[in-house]
Design a protein around this ligand. Structure first.
Ligand SMILES: NC(=O)c1ccc[n+]([C@@H]2O[C@H](COP(=O)([O-])OP(=O)(O)OC[C@H]3O[C@@H](n4cnc5c(N)ncnc54)[C@H](O)[C@@H]3O)[C@@H](O)[C@H]2O)c1
Ligand SMILES: O=C[C@H](O)CS(=O)(=O)O
Length: 484
């Protein structure tokens, strides 16, 4: 049961062109821990999407002309409102996504930090003057907002994956039309309530609930949408990229991962175990930057597996709103089947079960935190994203062998390794083909850092001083005839 100080944050209507709207058809939002229906939200489609895009285009005309400092003040207020309502937002998030309340509170602060960050960055969109090759002219570069941005976001971080897009978009002077995941729309709608309260103008931000293909089809084909920012699987990212080709939309893609987590012989084993727990079991393993493959050098393999098993035994599985719970349910039955398939395949091919390995006694989509040992490259888990609380531990002998194995994937989002040898740290950090490398840590995400992947993990970066570029266009001004 939700105990909200502000019950108005729990919205059962979509936010379209500055109005809260319903629809004859609705979609149920359920609590993955209990199966109870939390709310019914409107099932909108292409018509409402077109309305939202038109309103965004209209609202942007004024918004982009506001002084950056004025836009920054509205974003700052939105940040303050998120933090003032952190507990309510966390309760709504845990109810619809399942993660422990402690993680939800953390996500609200993390999501808010992107708004805080881009409220500051908004005031630092600088251009250039360029020494002209001819005496009669001056060359100038200015940066302008790219236009109406569409956003499609996943269920695993229902707050932060939205603010990581909306904040730089609004900071740059853009409008945004968002379609959140159908499993977790309530967090997005609560963000819209607070955006309206903060002073985001009517029409600048719309949140459309409804069918992904119909709304996505309109967002990727509407000529008034200049850009799509998508976070989700690589498979869907490919599809949306193709759908955007017809109107040459600019793209930001934050896609799938297959993160290696490496422990060398010279690592601080206790620190490595702490990092493995943080990276692997956060959000029940449902994050794009989770350790998906753990590689441990032969000399410390048995000691590491033993220490990891002892740490996993301390994890508490349960409803996210229960005190002390550290692992909630998986998002749905399909997610549980993916974990079971990876475990079965690995065991059939010679891996051994160290702990866990089956559905939790709580039933539903609760799953035991699991460790497999003796895992090899011929198993599915070496190539596919598990997206669940299962740690497969591979053994390796040499640094060269490790680099080849870690890079043997089409993904390139996050990677991690533990060593205390400075020469090895530089060699391995430079050799890993990933957008992000954690050295002696399993947690790397923050608003100041450029978050993103290489290879088939995506395009562009979110957060950091680079994140604003994805919502800006460069314009070159050539002032000539200065000698007349
Ligand atoms: N790189 C990152 O920052 C990041 C962050 C979170 C999740 N992910 C990835 O996302 C995946 C898990 O999230 P998910 O299950 O929500 O991913 P998903 O790709 O299935 O869905 C992501 C979003 O796209 C929508 N969608 C699905 N098919 C669509 C279509 N045909 N047209 C328009 N929209 C469509 C979904 O409804 C959802 O809102 C994992 O692969 C994970 O690695 C990546
Ligand atoms: O799952 C995707 C998120 O980007 C993970 S993080 O919270 O940003 O590390």
């Amino acid at each position: 049961m939700l105990h909200l100080k502000r019950p108005d944050l729990l919205r059962k209507q979509a936010f379209v062109a500055g109005r809260w709207v319903g629809a004859p058809e609705t979609i149920a939002v359920t609590n993955p821990a209990t199966g109870e229906t939390l709310a019914e939200v409107p099932k909108l489609g292409a018509a409402e999407t077109r309305e939202a895009v038109a309103a965004a285009k209209a609202a942007m005309k004024e918004w982009k002309t506001r002084p950056a400092k004025a836009r920054a003040a509205v974003l700052r207020r939105w940040y303050e409102l998120l933090m003032a309502n952190q507990e309510d937002l966390a309760q709504i998030l845990t109810a619809e996504q399942g993660k422990p309340l402690s993680e939800s509170r953390g996500e609200i602060a993390y999501g808010a930090s992107y708004i805080e960050w881009f409220a500051e960055e908004a005031k630092r969109v600088y251009g250039d003057t360029i020494p002209a090759p001819q005496a009669d002219r001056r060359l100038v570069v200015i940066k302008q907002p790219i236009g109406v941005a569409a956003a499609i976001t996943p269920w695993n971080f229902p707050n932060a994956m939205i603010t990581r897009k909306a904040a730089p978009a609004f900071a740059a002077g853009c409008a945004m039309v968002l379609r959140p995941a159908s499993q977790t729309p309530l967090s997005a709608l609560a963000l819209a309530v607070l955006a309206e309260e903060a002073g985001i103008p009517a029409g600048l931000f719309s949140v459309l609930t409804g069918g992904s293909a119909e709304i996505g089809g309109e967002l990727t084909s509407n000529p008034d949408v200049a850009k799509l920012s998508f976070t989700g699987s690589t498979e869907v990212g490919r599809l949306l990229m193709a759908q955007c080709a017809g109107t040459i939309k600019k793209l930001s893609l934050e896609l799938g991962g297959n993160a290696p987590f490496v422990v060398f012989d010279d690592a601080d084993l206790d620190a490595a175990v702490e990092g493995a727990i943080a990276s692997k079991y956060r959000n029940a393993g449902q994050t794009c930057v989770c350790a998906n493959r753990l590689y441990v050098q032969a000399g410390v393999y048995d000691a590491f597996v033993e220490k990891l098993a002892a740490a996993v035994a301390k994890l508490k599985v349960g409803r996210g709103d229960e005190e002390g719970v550290t692992q909630g349910p998986l998002i749905d039955e399909k997610a549980v089947r993916q974990v079971e398939a990876h475990i079965a395949d690995a065991l059939e091919n010679g891996a051994t079960l160290v702990t866990g390995g089956q559905r939790h006694e709580l039933g539903g989509s609760f799953f035991e935190p699991t460790i497999l040992a003796g895992v090899t490259a011929k198993m599915k888990v070496a190539r596919e994203e598990t997206f669940g609380p299962m740690a497969p531990v591979f053994k390796f002998d040499t640094e060269e062998e490790l680099i080849a194995a870690a890079n043997d994937t089409e993904f390139g989002l996050a990677s991690y390794f533990y060593s205390r040898d400075i020469g090895r740290i530089w060699r391995v950090a430079e050799a890993l083909e990933y957008g992000m490398v954690g050295v002696n840590t399993g947690l790397i995400s923050n608003e100041a850092a450029p978050f993103g992947g290489v290879k088939q993990s995506g395009l562009g970066r979110e957060g950091s001083k680079y994140g604003l570029d994805d919502y800006l266009e460069i314009k070159y001004l050539c002032f000539a005839g200065l000698d007349r």
